[in-house]
Design a protein around this ligand. Sequence first.
Ligand SMILES: Nc1ncnc2c1ncn2[C@@H]1O[C@H](COP(=O)(O)OP(=O)(O)OP(=O)(O)O)[C@@H](O)[C@H]1O
Length: 684
Amino acid sequence: MATTYTQGSSEGRSWASSPRPKGRADHARNIPCRNIQIYGYCKHEKDGCMYNHDAMKTAAAPSHAENLKKRFNVESPSFTPSLPDGNGSSKTNTISPKAASAAPFTPKTAKAGMYSSHSINTMASHDPLQSDPDLILASGLAPPAAVTRSNSAEWSNSEIPEFVPQGYQQAHQHQLSEGSSSLQDPFASYDGTGGYSESDAAAAAAAAAASINPYAQDATNSAAAAAFFQQPSAFSQPLQYHLYAPVGPHRENLLAYQRSAHDFFIAENLRQEFQRKAEASLQVLPNSNLPANIEYFHSLVPLDTSNQKNTNSFGYNSWVYKATSGKDGNVYVLRRIENFRVTNDKDIGSVKAWKRIANASMVTILDCFTTRAFGDSSLVFVTDYHPLSKTIAEQHFSSFYNPRQRAPQLLVPEQSLWGYLVQLTSALKVIHGNGLAARLISPTKVIVTNKNRIRLNCCGILDVVQPAQASTLAAQQLEDIRQIGRLMLALATNNPNAVSNAKTLEVIGRTYSERFRSIMAALMDASPVNPVSKDINTFMSNIADQVFNVFDTALHYEDAITSELYRELESSRLVRLMVKLGFINERPEFSDIGQSTGQWSETGERYYLKLFRDYVFHQVNAEGRPVVDLGHVLTSLNKLDAGSDEKIVLTSRDEQNVFVVTYKEIKRSVETAFQELSKTPRRL
Ligand SMILES: Nc1ncnc2c1ncn2[C@@H]1O[C@H](COP(=O)(O)OP(=O)(O)OP(=O)(O)O)[C@@H](O)[C@H]1O
């Protein structure tokens, strides 16, 4: 049961008769602390207050015992419930009628006020927590550098600085100073960072001549090819990332029980990667020249990084678009084969067999249809979308295709090459097992979707566009193995045009292990009589040791990702709790629910919740300055969620009412109030 202390109680001690604390949390005490420590601040197990041990070493602070005497808690000898019930007897679980009408909280000192006339920066410089760059970012409360607040209750528009995304200015200044044309260049590739990659400068210069107008006729630059290519990065909007990004220097030497703010959230590099991928997935072209709808797809965004196309892969120009499905709202890839006419329905029916194949090392084919929406007769393949992926050619041979790239491409480590080989072999195993052949395994038709994670792309397209193959399935499957060999050879020699011969294998033998060299030789020499590579199953059993290595790496990665997930699990749990509190606190309507007087969210047990919100978020320290402490917020909310039996002191803003309640009681109040809120009939 909550314990109520009220000023004027005959037996209970009142604030009037005892020295008043400075603010609602008087913390400067010398107490050995066993509780959570965050940046030198510790939360004491008895009174739930935050102490700064560093500050206590220098400050002439009153002793803990002395302070405890001055404070009310469950051990206070003079505890007497104060409010009379209807019979004139006292009740311990009621709330002072004054509580609801308690004066709004005003910080004790003008300097301390969050809304004082002082600049927010001035305030930050006083408080060791505020001036901690890590925690300011972590708390998300860092004020804009030049913002000051006047006495007026509202921000004036002129005081609000213009939002400039982090790193935006520097990136653009850098590009301008380098004389890069990428800022004006509508064809610079989208790299997912909101910036423009310099490696595309050559393509950009060539492309700049071509009009972005899809209907422009330019015979020298394949106008038809450029027709539906539009540079997506011209429309990208940089997202405002969360403000708790870790900016160094980082604190070291934290003890096992100490936590830094970043321990509570997903790893920064992972978060940024996911965010960039999400941004790429959600990207749209507002003024696009592309068709508004293709069958049940809309919001097309081109993924090609250049409007130069060749017919090498399929015998036709092909274009790649990201598109949103009107059926399920998900994002897919549409690969358009330009100017293709289906002459035999049976050919397009071969896609059915490919749709049945699901392998983690393949881009799954989902559908295939013809369309005239592009102004010609096009064949469209629908596949899974893997945001921000690159082809092997883009990832590993960019310097080869783009001589202006200064840094030469590094050799791929052998472990990565084994990883690639095992993934491609796994894809072929399933494809061949289903009586099919990939037929196209080239550096532009394998995409890298994550670090060392590749997927075979464009499977099944040749079966539709070039069905009349004289060769048998067995011959096509052996050719698949040889194509893997050529791809691996290109990667191992860092040359997409590497020719398979004894000299090339000798070069590989000098760079990589003998085992790798011999496997390369077997791949290139795949034939029905080769004991290592006569078919994909035989080949796989010959690289079984490497399969297990890759499998083990994948399991380690899964463990790492799972542990990252655990961190976010906590965050979402606490967010849900805060959402509940937000629904209940300060509710202006429902004044006639519950008690007849006062507002619903200010009366009954819900009053604790208002005070609990102040306890969690609005504490002030001994000097009256706001306590901006993520550790305190997380600890309090976790204890609330767990319904701990620990008692805390909640004080009204006018300091006339003090309640000693357990987290368990507050938790019950949250649940009851939330249930009541959900059951309340709709009000007009
Ligand atoms: N399923 C997919 N998900 C995400 N991006 C993809 C997908 N398929 C292709 N891409 C991207 O689209 C771009 C163009 O792919 P494409 O296969 O056309 O390569 P290309 O180098 O243009 O080949 P080609 O010269 O044969 O047209 C590449 O950056 C590739 O990473």
